[in-house]
Design a protein around this ligand. Sequence first.
Ligand SMILES: *[C@@H]1O[C@H](CO)[C@@H](O)[C@H](O)[C@H]1NC(C)=O
Ligand SMILES: *[C@@H]1O[C@H](CO)[C@@H](O)[C@H](O)[C@H]1NC(C)=O
Length: 286
Amino acid sequence: MATYCSCEDGALDYEYASSTSLHGPGNIINAKRPAHRAIWVVLFLAAFSVAVWQITERFVAYFSYNTVTSMKVEFKDELDFPAVTICNFNKYQLSKVTPSELDYINEVLELSAGFLGDDVGELGFDYDDYDDEAAGFGPEEPDYSLNVSAIPANFDLADLTLNAGFVLDEATLQECKWRGKRCYADNFTHVFTSYGNCWTFNGDDKKRLKQTIPGSGNGLYLVIDVQQEQYTEKPPGGNSDAGLKFLVHPLSEPPKIDSQGTAVQPGTHVYASIQNILVSLSSVRV
Ligand SMILES: *[C@@H]1O[C@H](CO)[C@@H](O)[C@H](O)[C@H]1NC(C)=O
Ligand SMILES: *[C@@H]1O[C@H](CO)[C@@H](O)[C@H](O)[C@H]1NC(C)=O
């Protein structure tokens, strides 16, 4: 031992090296051959450098403040006012359809609502008007086919909906205000949805309205007569509800009023507040 180590037993660095729990220094000091000592020195230095490199790298990464999500809030003075689509739960008005058209419509609605097949029983078929004996069918096999001869030859469901559906005019639109100024039925555009005729405020892409002031008095204010005495729909095909359905949506999107609309029952006051949140994603390299 004395051959390779010039340090004496009492020296501080010798004592530290031989007693530390770091393996490197102890092995270097206590190595019996120069070759072993050299290998231990190389190993120790290599491991030490890797450790230093890794620790520094963590510090550098931390102090570069890399982020995965960055948020920036911007307040705009002016926003595009969204489109507001309003539908009536009633598709056809009683005074504008003939009884045979009404029968036909109800039957079509029933069939389109999926009330067909074996397991629907009485729900899918009106047994009051049906003579089992005369038709030669038992109750298990009702005749679901439509009486086509009852329908006029040039019958057009879209035409009928347009003419007999809910109309937003001076009579039904009892009050309309946008940002305190009077608006009219002419400011609404017609759109077909699963609720028949629907009416969209601010639906014109060329004349987009801008909103500058928040608050309920500065938005769109409407009073609408739903004309409940004109209701013709009956379950299971039609709606059993009365009232309106409305949806606030971007101008660029068609109104998905069936799945996203909000229902309003007659005689109530409903407020809808909106906010515009624009999220843009950009990739950040970490
Ligand atoms: C179909 O409707 C027409 C006109 O309403 C009626 O004359 C005829 O009897 C009906 N047919 C059936 C099979 O119910
Ligand atoms: C409603 O229509 C009238 C006439 O076309 C127009 O002068 C007015 O600016 C419109 N109002 C709104 C809120 O679009």
